[in-house]
Design a protein around this ligand. Structure first.
Ligand code: 13P
Length: 238
């Protein structure tokens, strides 16, 4: 399974380095065979010699150039990073990234062979409008995205569940994941208020191939406990 931490705009460079070092020791000491991904904030990126796979939370679709405030391939390559998060709801809804921009980014990093964790998910009002509206909304987030890309991982993150403590029922997760699996056979993660006390149940749901964790991953012991849950569930065949 794929257990991933999106650290968002948290931790200094030193804290991030300590976090990854501690996590790496944990993986080795416990013989963890799951894929563990960490997305630190851009200023904390480094060439980590770790079993933990480090990715960027965002990058512009460029090698370099005049794009104030952004990073591009040149800055990512410096650290040997080949993994990127694209389409996160905070970038869609807070930073205003359109599907067009997101698809451009996707295609740029796909051409470079990056592992792409691509996020989709609906806001609360769309959810409340019913399943058809919701699936239609999510389907549009696949526009311009190569769903057969071999290095693709999809993360289903309902916007209303992110940072709120609200989680869909396990039945709902199962239902949506099975629909999303018809759109792409890529590994499918669930994200949105995954905590140490619900990770095991969520990871046990059919068609859940892992989790993308925000706030709870900031507590390293909680994140370790989720990794242990994944290891114990033993769904490596997925
Ligand atoms: P929370 O786990 O804080 O809800 O965040 C989820 C998320 O956005 C991961 O990308």
């Amino acid at each position: 399974m794929i257990i991933s931490a999106n650290l968002k705009t948290n931790f200094t460079r030193k804290q991030t380095s300590e976090y990854i070092t501690e996590l790496d020791a944990f993986l080795s000491e416990n013989g963890i065979s799951q894929d563990v991904l960490v997305f630190p904030t851009a200023s904390a990126l480094d060439r980590f010699e770790a079993k933990v796979e480090v990715g960027v939370q965002n990058a512009y679709a460029t090698v370099n150039g005049a794009f104030t405030g952004e990073i591009g391939l040149e800055q990512i390559e410096e650290f040997g990073i080949k993994t990127i998060l694209i389409g996160h709801s905070e970038r869609r809804h807070i930073l205003g990234e359109t599907q067009e921009v997101i698809a451009e980014k996707f295609n740029f990093y796909k051409e470079l062979g990056f592992k792409i964790v691509y996020c989709v998910g609906e806001p609360k009002d769309i959810r409340e409008a019913g399943k058809d509206t919701m699936m239609e909304y999510i389907s549009k987030q696949y526009d311009g995205i190569d769903t057969t890309y071999e290095n693709l991982i999809i993360a289903y993150e309902p916007v209303w569940a992110i940072g709120t403590g609200l989680v869909p029922t396990l039945e709902d997760i199962k239902d949506i994941h099975s629909e999303l699996k018809t759109k792409s056979k890529a590994p499918l993660l669930y994200g949105g208020s995954v905590k140490a006390n619900n990770a095991k149940d969520i990871l046990g749901v059919e068609n859940v191939d892992g989790v993308l964790v925000g706030s709870a991953a900031l507590k390293i012991d909680d994140f370790k406990s989720m990794i242990t849950d994944a290891q114990n569930l033993n769904k490596e065949d997925r």
